[in-house]
Design a protein around this ligand. Structure first.
Ligand code: AMP
Ligand code: ZN
Length: 497
């Protein structure tokens, strides 16, 4: 089965064929670093993380396969300049704070960092942008007006092909200078803005000025990846004018298709409404992490990631605190199952670090059900990242693994090594950070063995004493099994542990 993605350009699901063997060229529009990123932004960045991880997962058997992923940092535009001026500090100082916070937030959510993150205000990037503008003036696709440069949309056949706007009759020759606009009327958009009082500027053949926002993504995508790339992604708000203008700038310069597959995530709502500060339903990631649930525990970062991940990217995601509670329960199930396997492996002879075994996962006869569900999970993701079906299959796997434990004596080490490999595989795929702990400390295992022995003899007092000692002293927790299951241990690492 081929991968299929819904391509905004054709409006259809299409077979995905990479341009190059062994590498995917992918560009995602990065943040405008004028404020902390909100959970709507992270809905899109989490979708892009899944896309990145899924491509690596799908092509994992190809030697040296890589997703070459570029994400820009917009650190000079109308909004960042306004923010720096409002605070009375230099632009670079203003944007650095929010860029650092953004990178920290990506790490918090275990989002893979892109291969390259170029900055719009970087001197070298500005020079590349100037060269692109010069090329567009040279081939009559752009013109200079009072020190600014505009893209002449009447010269670009198919302007509107991505956003499906029929702008041909509406081209008035009007010009627009701001970065963000939502006009039904096609206007010549600004490539290079003549310098203004209170704005940073760079020298150019047209006088001092700064780039328009749309220009950076065309320039960086072609410079850091190629003139034609596989995938360009972002939130749906970027389709017009941003991505439409990127196509115009790039294709007018090269005469080649700019991007093969355009993928856009639908916007997130909170309690059914558009997020807005005035409605009190606006959350940055940091706001959520500082909040507590009904039981008085902080919300966990992976529960937040799960909540953002679990709705298909082209379906409206309605963020609610109930959704976050459900996400928490699902992360708990994943954690509990993983640590049960790791503990039982450690109670046997599998005490050495990282016992994951690919060979056992692929061959152990008792893992055939797991392999079937894993195939179904992979096939669901091949179908335009059908995350709901993929996660449903993941929980079928957990159900199956959990069904073994009442007879856990019969689980052999290689079966568990295969399962631990499975957890590593799905962690690579979903980035939910379940299986990072690879072994149980010797001391904890010895104490756990004593608990099991006391419980077998129905000596609950001494068993409880050791349990308390593990819980208080080791950073691990004891979990009693259901009837017939052994007690197991779990590393304390979530907010609810
Ligand atoms: P920005 O920092 O505004 O340039 O946005 C960064 C990314 O977040 C872009 O891909 C936007 O399309 C996306 N985005 C902005 N608001 C939302 C939202 N409410 N839901 C989902 N994605 C969003
Ligand atoms: Zn962009």
């Amino acid at each position: 089965m081929n991968i299929q993605f819904h391509n905004t350009l054709s409006g259809k699901k299409e077979d995905f064929q990479p341009i190059r063997a062994g590498e995917i060229l992918m560009y995602t529009c990065g943040p405008t670093v004028y404020d902390y990123a909100h959970i709507g932004n992270f809905r899109t960045f989490v979708f892009e993380d899944l896309l990145h991880r899924f491509l690596e997962f799908h092509f994992r058997e190809i030697k040296d396969f890589k997703v070459n992923h570029v994400m820009n940092i917009t650190d000079v535009d109308d909004k960042t300049i306004a923010g720096a001026n409002r605070d009375g500090i230099p632009l670079a100082q203003y944007t650095k704070k929010y860029e650092d916070a953004f990178i920290e937030d990506l790490k918090t959510l275990n989002i893979k960092l892109p291969t390259v993150m170029p900055h719009a205000a970087d001197e070298k990037e500005i020079q590349s942008m100037i060269q692109l503008v010069a090329k567009l003036i040279g081939n009559n696709h752009a013109y200079v007006k009072e020190g600014s440069v505009y893209f002449r949309i009447s010269e670009f056949k198919n302007y509107g092909k991505l956003s499906k706007k029929d702008l041909a009759q509406n081209i008035t020759g009007a010009r627009v200078d701001v970065d963000e606009y939502d006009k039904e009327v096609g206007a010549d958009f600004v490539l290079w803005k003549a310098t203004k009082e209170g704005e940073p500027s760079w020298d150019s053949p047209w006088g001092k000025g700064r780039p328009g926002w749309h220009l950076e993504c065309s320039s960086m995508s072609m410079k850091h990846l190629a003139e034609t790339i596989d995938i360009h992604a972002g939130g749906e708000d970027l389709i017009f004018p941003h991505h439409e203008n990127e196509i115009a700038q790039s294709e007018a310069a090269t005469g080649k298709p700019f991007v093969k597959y355009w993928l856009h995530a639908k916007h997130l709502l909170v309690n059914g409404e558009k997020m807005s500060k005035s409605k009190g339903n606006f959350f940055t990631l940091r706001d959520l992490l500082a909040k507590k649930d009904k039981s008085g525990k902080f919300y966990d970062k992976m529960a937040i990631k799960y909540a953002l991940l679990s709705t298909h990217y082209r379906t409206q995601l309605n963020f609610t605190f109930e959704l976050l509670e459900e996400a928490k329960e699902n992360i708990k199930k994943l954690d509990d199952c993983y640590f049960k396997c790791l503990s039982v492996a450690a109670l046997g002879v599998e005490r050495e670090a990282n016992v994951a075994s690919k060979k056992d996962f692929e061959n152990h006869p008792k893992l055939s059900g797991l392999r079937e569900y894993t195939t179904k999970m992979a096939e669901a993701l091949q179908d335009d990242l059908n995350i709901s079906v993929a996660l449903a299959n993941l929980f079928e796997v957990l159900r199956e693994i959990n069904s073994w434990f009442p007879g856990s004596i019969a689980i052999d080490g290689s079966q568990l090594r295969g399962v631990i490999f499975f957890f590593k595989l799905i962690d690579d795929l979903f980035g939910l950070d379940v299986s990072v702990i690879n072994s149980v400390p010797e001391r904890v295992i010895e104490m756990l063995m004593k608990i099991i022995e006391f419980r077998r003899k129905k000596e609950f007092g001494p068993a409880d004493q050791i349990r308390k000692q593990i819980n208080d002293e080791t950073g691990w927790l004891v979990k009693d099994g259901r009837p017939g299951e052994p007690s197991t241990v779990k590393k304390k690492r979530r907010t609810w542990d």
